[in-house]
Write a protein that binds this ligand. Structure first.
Ligand SMILES: Nc1nc2c(c(=O)[nH]1)N[C@H]1C(S)=C(S)[C@@H](COP(=O)(O)OP(=O)(O)OC[C@H]3O[C@@H](n4cnc5c(=O)[nH]c(N)nc54)[C@H](O)[C@@H]3O)O[C@H]1N2
Ligand SMILES: Nc1nc2c(c(=O)[nH]1)N[C@H]1C(S)=C(S)[C@@H](COP(=O)(O)OP(=O)(O)OC[C@H]3O[C@@H](n4cnc5c(=O)[nH]c(N)nc54)[C@H](O)[C@@H]3O)O[C@H]1N2
Ligand code: SF4
Ligand SMILES: [Mo]
Length: 741
């Protein structure tokens, strides 16, 4: 007997609705849910393979405890006891500061990560907090924090309505989009062209996305800030600005971008001055336009500057916050703001070894190895990883690998024994997507249309499995020294959180529940678990919420449970000035840290760099480091090869299929050469997330085609100073033929 169930895909930011076929307690097929209000049937090969992910024989199904190189399956109580003991021993000897936390990317795709990962880091009580954000999007948080006062207020291109899209450093035809949640990004780009709109893509490589564009501009890696500053300069020089309201600092931006006329920046970015001016004129002339930039502009030397200049352009051309421009989504879980706030600062503390500034309560992932390996007061002696694989994802893989092996205690919440988790003393595996609930706590803030969807677990937990919400909430209380309370009541943490939120809400005159009895409200919450009741509370108090009776038509968890394909909340609507959290109540167009960083940009102008540079690339059937174990995704062109331009190959004496030795300042790898004109001369490309050849892992399919770890080449010493984000693109490399083996 087969059954259908509906569940949002947790594998990337597109958040497609999946229609799952269930048979005998397993997922036997998955396809796009045509009735889904957000994705309307779109699916990619990864989503279609979610059944293989659920049923992967290498997935861990029981907690593991390690002694030496021996792993032992244990029950949950024994596993939690081992965690409690391991952490307590380190804290007793070295203090809380000796415990670090690393939160990986899937935390933004799970309910557990969204509700408890931050709380876990806080409960540990150490400033040693790391996440995948500092190998990814932290520059955008910093620029939004400084511009709008809120690091989570990230404008997204209004893809369905824009007339002109300038996209830099993104390849949504492979990635399906990032910091812009749009199921069927490819279809939306095609629709933009069909309705007469224009698409310009800036990328050093030819990609499936550049193939869709009206124009593809090849840029020298790492130089987008120059290009964008040149466009801003032109807007002022040619009097093309039509700034949005609520701005302060326009004149300063004008003055500080004076040193970047198109002629000056052209050499730095490899794009002709005339092309730069054309971009400015087209942006200004378009009825509506949006500038959107992603990882190729973020994980670079001037990542925060580039992220900031994107929104400077949106603001100066009148496109920020208007339909067809770059807009602020309003997620179902969010409340409307007041238009002012405390603003945003970084550097409230610094890392111990390299003195790198804190950003959003985190230290740069590139310095985790330093903090573990460098002796002295405050040295990291224990690590908690949740859904992360920093050995492959963070520059300096081998160094971190060695450092992890020296820890006194490590616990990982992860379904696989991989390059990172093999160092743990305890591994706590979450159940697969087919047996977990889903609610997008993160992507509502980034979606090109406002919707609300909740997926209950399609299948019940199997014997011996524990929901990840239970795993993480238990860890939070263990870390907080309340292990007994956690063992006694699995909802203990949820109840505390709910009580705290309600206490604030009833005291807030602007809240629909002002003056009501918090205990009565808590009792009215719907849900079979504490995490569901937390979600119900967010929905009810959120912008579209039922407000505990204030708006009977409004959202509740029960309403979402009755709508398995989701509830549409309409296109994006203007949110200025309500969305702002700056003390001034205005958009701070030229915040001081960015103004100062422009000096660094200017100072680097004369640097003419010779030689080859490395950039990354993504493949539709990969997902960072962890989907290489699914047979359905590992065939064909999804390979860890070095893309090399034929001209460079000739100069180096390399041919297609040869093995190249690639060296950087910090490491080397060997990889098969794939000749292609997709990369521009002078630029080579390797994908990340490979290098599955370390002993002690349990991912057989991945180990059979291991590839190499590109993060041996990226330099842990190189960061964007404002955000602490690693430089992953534009890495100088040296290439030669590898000696025959
Ligand atoms: N050179 C280079 N390096 C890069 C990048 C690049 O472009 N170039 N990209 C960077 C980017 S954008 C990112 S986001 C990072 C990612 O960096 P990480 O987050 O550290 O790495 P992932 O490969 O995403 O690893 C995810 C881990 O989560 C586990 N996992 C999967 N599902 C679940 C779940 O439901 N619960 C739990 N608890 N665990 C789960 C997987 O088994 C895996 O161990 O890599 C970065 N590294
Ligand atoms: N299939 C698949 N999908 C994914 C992932 C995955 O690993 N595989 N990872 C997910 C994650 S965690 C993220 S963060 C997103 C990322 O999503 P995207 O930001 O769309 O990432 P990429 O596909 O790597 O595209 C980045 C592009 O930037 C280009 N580039 C490199 N350097 C520069 C530069 O200096 N300037 C400019 N202008 N371009 C440059 C690269 O050539 C590449 O084409 O994808 C997500 N989706
Ligand atoms: S595009 Fe992303 S969300 Fe959609 S099916 Fe593929 S992996 Fe899942
Ligand atoms: Mo990412």
């Amino acid at each position: 007997m087969t059954e259908k169930a509906y569940r949002v895909c947790p594998l990337c930011e597109a958040t497609c609705g999946l229609e799952l076929t269930l048979d005998g307690g397993r997922i036997t097929a998955a396809r796009g849910d045509r009735a889904d209000v957000f994705s309307a049937g779109f699916v990619c090969p990864k989503g279609a393979a979610v059944g293989q992910l659920d049923n992967d024989p290498d997935r861990l199904r029981r907690p593991l405890v390690r002694t030496g190189t021996q792993w032992r399956e244990v029950d949950w109580e024994e596993a939690f006891a081992a965690v409690e003991q391991g952490l307590a021993a380190v804290v007793a000897r070295h203090g809380r500061q000796a415990v670090a936390t690393y939160l990986g990317n899937p935390n933004v795709h799970t309910v557990a990560g969204g509700l408890y990962a931050g709380a876990l880091a806080r409960a540990v009580g150490s400033t040693q907090v790391y996440s995948a954000s500092t190998v990814d999007q932290m520059p955008k948080h910093v620029s939004s924090g400084l511009l709008f006062g809120d690091p989570l207020a990230i404008p997204v291109p209004d893809l369905d309505r824009t007339d002109y899209l300038l996209m830099l450093g993104a390849n949504p035809l492979e990635s399906n989009g990032s910091l812009c949640t749009a199921a069927d990004f490819p279809g939306k780009l095609k629709a933009l062209r069909r309705r007469g709109g224009r698409l310009v893509v800036v990328d050093p490589r030819r990609t499936r996305t550049t193939d869709l564009a009206d124009r593809h501009l090849r840029i020298r890696p790492g130089s987008d800030a120059y290009l964008l500053a040149g466009i801003v300069h032109t807007l002022f020089a040619e009097k093309l600005t039509t700034p949005v309201d609520h701005l302060t600092g326009i004149d300063t931006v004008q003055r500080l971008t004076e040193p970047f006329p198109p002629e000056t920046v052209a050499a730095a970015c490899g794009i002709a001055a005339e092309d730069i001016r054309a971009l400015a004129r087209e942006l200004a002339a378009a009825r509506t336009a949006a500038v959107y930039a992603r990882i190729g502009t973020s994980t670079v030397e001037f990542g925060t500057l580039a992220s900031w200049l994107v929104d400077v352009l949106n603001a100066l051309t009148g496109n920020l916050d208007r339909p067809g421009g770059a807009m602020f989504p309003l997620a179902a879980r969010r409340r409307r703001g007041t238009g002012t706030g405390r603003g945003f600062t970084t550097g409230r503390w610094h890392s111990r070894v390299r003195k790198l500034p804190e950003v959003r309560g985190e230290l740069p992932a590139v310095t985790l190895a330093d903090e573990i390996a460098t002796p002295g007061e405050g040295q990291v002696r224990a690590l908690i990883t949740v859904a992360g694989n920093p050995v492959l994802s963070v520059p300096g893989g081998d160094r971190l690998d060695t450092a992890l092996a020296g820890l006194d205690f490590m616990v990982s919440v992860d379904p696989y024994l991989n390059e990172t988790t093999r160092h743990a003393h305890v591994v706590l595996p979450p159940p697969p997507p087919g047996r977990s609930a889903h609610f997008d706590l993160a992507f509502g803030d980034l979606a090109v249309r406002n919707t609300a969807r909740y997926s209950p677990p399609p299948l019940p937990l199997e014997d011996g499995e524990l929901d990840e919400c239970r795993i993480l909430s238990r860890l939070v209380l263990i870390a907080a020294g309340q292990a007994a309370a956690a063992a006694a009541d699995p909802d203990a943490l949820d109840n505390t959180v709910i009580a705290g939120v309600l206490a604030k809400a009833v005291a807030d005159p602007a809240s629909p529940v002002h003056g009501r009895d918090p205990a009565e409200l808590a009792a009215a919450l719907h849900g079979t678990t504490g995490s569901e009741r937390q979600i119900d509370l967010m929905l009810r108090l959120g912008a579209y919420g039922e407000g505990f009776g204030a708006d009977p038509e409004g959202l509740t968890l029960a309403r979402l449970l009755d709508a398995p394909h989701g509830i549409d909340l309409g296109p994006l609507r203007p949110r200025l000035p309500e969305v702002l959290r700056t003390p001034s109540g205005r958009i701070e167009l030229c915040p001081e840290p960015l103004a100062a960083d422009l000096d660094r940009l200017r100072a680097a102008l004369p640097e003419r760099r010779e030689g080859l540079v490395l950039v990354g690339r993504r493949h539709l059937r990969s997902n960072n480091s962890w989907l290489h174990n699914l047979p359905a995704l590992t065939r064909g062109s999804n390979r860890c090869t070095l893309h090399l331009h034929p001209e460079d190959a000739t100069a180096l004496g390399l041919a297609d299929g040869d093995t190249a030795r690639v060296r950087s300042r910090t490491g080397e790898v060997t990889a098969p050469v794939e000749l292609t004109e997709d990369v521009m001369p002078g630029v080579v490309s390797l994908p990340h997330g490979w290098g599955h050849d370390r002993p002690g892992t349990r991912m057989q399919v991945a180990a059979a085609v291991p590839g190499v770890n590109v993060n041996q080449l990226t330099d842990p010493g190189a960061v964007d100073p404002l955000s602490g984000t690693a430089v992953l693109n534009g890495v100088p490399v040296h290439i030669e033929r590898a000696a025959a083996v």
